[in-house]
Design a protein around this ligand. Structure first.
Ligand SMILES: *[C@@H]1O[C@H](CO)[C@@H](O)[C@H](O)[C@H]1NC(C)=O
Ligand SMILES: [Zn+2]
Ligand SMILES: [Zn+2]
Length: 585
């Protein structure tokens, strides 16, 4: 609960607002009506709280209905505005105040009021307060809505375990409950789990709505689960769901899903058919083109967007700068970066990061470093990480060593940060430095993130990690890999171990770890199981290593298969021995 002093400030703030924000409340309301009407209009939180206070001071007893409106009004305004600082304090204070008053007037005996309070606390991210209300409310003042609110509240703040814990205890689960749970999985990055939940939901006889389906599309996009995504598309068409007001949201999710699965024709087809386009849709399409290596077309589409009078937002510039990066257009990228303020958008951290990446990949490493050092906010580790990859790509020890050390300083527990600098030293024969670094890594017990690759087949997403032996087809997969390697060596494949000098997290020797990288296991699985005419689609959580990239190119030629691989950064379409990224990733 807020302190009395806080209340005082808060009240003062409210009174200050009286003349401007709280229109219609200049006179104290007598009977409930004008007060309720004003609350129902969902004004600013301060205005709403002021109304309550006027009413209390005017000695008219607030009813439970008053509280439900007050709480809903506060919740609506807190989920709408994202402004930090003073406004947040006001909202937290207002929530505590309203809670206290509701308690005092016995309004919390009503499920509607309790639910509004739960929703308010969840909207403010005060999950422990919500939980206290939830746990201390008698069963009679909770209903399905209360349970759903808790599940979605935990989901929205990324606490999947807590969401699941509430979900399994629910007396009954409706579509909204499943939907909240699927959303919770997605926010926690558990995409396969989201699809499993969706299957369970369908198994329980629920008919999915637009909200659930756009979540499912998001999961498909992340996993590269194209077949499932296409199923959703067909379902939408068959059910006529595409014609609901959620139209653009679903169509955008479809465009995004097709782009992330590398199906540009289908993405275009959906994009062109959208009736009322908005900036989010344009961003999805431009970003999709950029990611798939069609930087030029992405930039053309951006120009078309401007010509048609759409106003770009901050995300537009992220994807457009990304398009410049992938096509190596340094001057155009700089120009676009400069043009941001013409559109009234102040460059944020990610824009500076994109600019630095653009410069770094083009080999302008000092200039890129200067952008990160001079930008008005602290760069993220991932932005230094992108520059580090460029240093490795251009083999620049000068900048690379500075950036590499900075990364280790920022993330001392992430083994991957040591590995890149180690490799840079090793490639340049700086063995003493390399050895010292390796020792430091061991002493600190830093671990590398495990590489994971996914491939969808027969309605299931198969997951592989490096050296994995959990899959039922393990024996066939390894036999095929051995056979493949021999055949590839005949056409000139030589293992490039330079990138994996420090790749292993166990005792295996260099050569072996490399042969069993997760993407190779997935690739072998694809060759074993999928029909020849179908492309093999693999999604990987990390960057594809240089050796696996060479390997995939040769496999595409030798086995005459199209291989589509999406890694953390971009798309690779391997066909006839070459890759769509032109070895630039
Ligand atoms: C800009 O577009 C992105 C999606 O591309 C969206 O998530 C974001 O909310 C938009 N920002 C604004 C201020 O509308
Ligand atoms: Zn690899
Ligand atoms: Zn490639």
């Amino acid at each position: 609960m807020p302190t009395p002093r806080r209340h005082l400030c808060f009240l003062r703030a409210l009174v200050g607002l009286r003349s401007t924000g709280a229109a219609g409340f200049s006179s104290a309301p007598t009977r409930g009506c004008p007060l309720h009407a004003a609350l129902a209009r969902r004004g600013a939180p301060a205005a709403a709280a002021l109304a309550l206070f006027s009413s209390i001071r005017a000695a008219t007893l607030p009813t439970p209905y008053t509280f439900s409106l007050l709480l809903a009004s506060l919740a609506a305004s807190s989920s709408r505005s994202r402004t930090p600082s003073a406004a947040v304090c006001d909202r937290l204070a207002a929530a505590g105040l309203a809670h206290g008053q509701a308690l005092k007037h016995g309004a919390l005996a009503h499920p509607v009021v309790t639910n509004c309070l739960l929703k308010l606390y969840c909207a403010l991210g005060m999950l422990s307060d919500a939980r206290r209300v939830f746990d201390t409310s008698g069963a009679t003042s909770l209903d399905a809505f209360s349970w759903n609110t808790m599940v979605s509240g935990y989901g929205k703040c990324g606490d999947l375990e807590a969401a699941r814990e509430v979900f399994v205890r629910m007396p009954e689960r409706g579509l909204v409950s499943w939907s909240a749970m699927i959303d919770a999985c997605i926010r926690a990055g558990e995409f396969s789990e989201a699809l499993r939940m969706f299957d369970q939901m369908m198994g329980n006889g629920f008919r999915p709505d637009a909200v659930v389906l756009s979540s499912v599309l998001k999961a498909c996009a992340h996993l590269g689960a194209l077949e499932r995504g296409r199923w959703v598309h067909r379902f939408l068409k068959a059910e006529g769901l595409g014609r609901s007001p959620d139209n653009v949201m679903l169509e955008t999710a479809l465009v995004d899903m097709y782009c992330k699965c590398g199906c540009m024709d289908e993405a275009w087809w959906v994009f062109d058919g959208v009736q009322s386009q908005d900036v989010v849709l344009w961003n999805a399409m431009i970003g999709g083109l950029a990611m798939n290596g069609h930087g030029k077309r992405a930039l053309e589409l951006f120009r078309r967007m401007l010509d048609m009078g759409f106003v770009p937002n901050e995300s537009t510039f992220v994807v457009v700068l990304c398009a410049c990066t992938h096509t190596g257009r340094v001057d155009e990228g700089k120009e676009i970066f400069r043009s941001m303020c013409d559109h009234g958008i102040e460059p944020r951290r990610e824009h500076y990061g994109c600019l630095a990446d653009l410069l770094g990949r083009a080999g302008l490493l000092e200039e890129a470093e200067a952008v990160l050092l001079d930008m008005p906010m602290e760069p993220h580790a991932s932005q230094w990480g992108a520059l580090m990859s460029s240093c490795l790509m251009h083999n620049n020890v000068g900048v690379g060593e500075r950036v590499g050390k900075k990364l280790i300083e920022l993330e001392p527990d992430d083994g991957g940060r040591y590995v890149v600098l180690f490799n840079l030293y090793a490639v340049n024969g700086l063995w003493e430095d390399a050895k010292a670094l390796r020792k430091m890594m061991e002493e600190r017990g830093a671990k590398k993130e495990t590489g994971l690759s996914f491939i969808e087949w027969n309605g299931l997403v198969h997951e592989f990690r490096s050296g994995d032996t959990r899959h039922p087809q393990t024996r066939q997969i390894y036999a095929l890999l051995e056979d493949m390697e021999q055949r590839l060596q005949l056409i000139g494949y030589v293992k490039d171990t330079s990138q994996v000098l420090m790749d292993m997290d166990d005792e295996e020797d260099k050569g072996n770890t490399l042969s069993y990288h997760s993407e190779r296991l997935a690739l072998a699985f694809g060759i074993l199981n999928t029909p020849r005419h179908m492309p093999i689609r693999i999604v990987k959580n990390l960057r594809v290593c240089r050796d696996c990239h060479v390997y995939a190119k040769l496999v595409s030629k030798l086995y005459q298969r199209e291989i589509i691989m999406r890694d953390r950064h971009r798309f690779h379409l391997f066909r006839g021995g070459v890759c769509s990224c032109n070895d630039f990733w």
